[in-house]
Design a protein around this ligand. Structure first.
Ligand SMILES: CC(C)(COP(=O)(O)OP(=O)(O)OC[C@H]1O[C@@H](n2cnc3c(N)ncnc32)[C@H](O)[C@@H]1OP(=O)(O)O)[C@@H](O)C(=O)NCCC(=O)NCCS
Length: 166
């Protein structure tokens, strides 16, 4: 049975199911230049279902977020080795933007990542993606680094991160 994490008007936020992978791949194809194999989506769903979420309107996915966990150097503590959540991909279909769905799925994914006792959550975002940067800043993420020529087309990324205190 599907558990509704949050309801925003006619949009529900819930965990992803295997059956959502194809529609999510379609949203990804329409919204982002970075694409992945179905195996990759399935492996992230198996690894961190708590933070692989969909926004659905009348039974149709309109947005998603998928994350993974990693161990590595902290973005906050010098030489600290920590457990980090990583937002791998997030998108909302164009016709459904600016209604709070993106913010809600990131907030619910934050809870999912925290439930796995991660110390931090980070992501990469195109430097030109002012809407994305604003979304994350409003949620408490901080720009920690500029990653030069991060994307295939040569654009730089901001690495943004948030630290958790339990
Ligand atoms: C980034 C994205 C997921 C935001 O989704 P959304 O559902 O439109 O976001 P929300 O409506 O929840 O917006 C939340 C906040 O983000 C900011 N924001 C979102 N889109 C914005 C835009 N185009 N311009 C300025 N600020 C924007 C605002 O601060 C907004 O808060 P506000 O409404 O109180 O001002 C969506 O634009 C998208 O899918 N873009 C294409 C894919 C992408 O860029 N993914 C992120 C890669 S890291």
């Amino acid at each position: 049975m599907q558990v509704i994490l949050r309801q925003l008007g006619d949009c529900i936020i819930r965990r992803c199911d295997l059956a959502d992978i194809i529609p999510i791949m379609e949203i990804n194809m329409k919204t982002l230049p970075e694409h992945y194999s179905d195996y990759f989506y399935e492996s992230l769903l198996a690894e961190l279902p708590e933070a692989f979420l969909v926004g659905e309107i009348q039974g149709i996915p309109v947005g998603y977020i998928m994350c993974k966990t990693e161990y590595g150097f902290s973005n906050f503590k010098k030489l600290g080795f920590v457990k980090k959540g990583h937002i791998v991909s997030i998108a909302v279909l164009e016709g459904h933007r600016q209604k709070g769905i993106g913010k809600a799925i990131v907030e619910e994914a934050l809870k999912g990542v925290k439930s796995k006792k991660c110390d931090e959550l980070y992501l990469e975002v195109r430097c030109s993606n002012t809407g994305g940067v604003k979304l994350y800043e409003n949620l408490g993420f901080i720009i920690k680094q500029r990653l030069k020529v991060y994307y295939r087309d040569g654009e730089d990324a901001f690495l943004m991160a948030i630290e958790f205190h339990y």
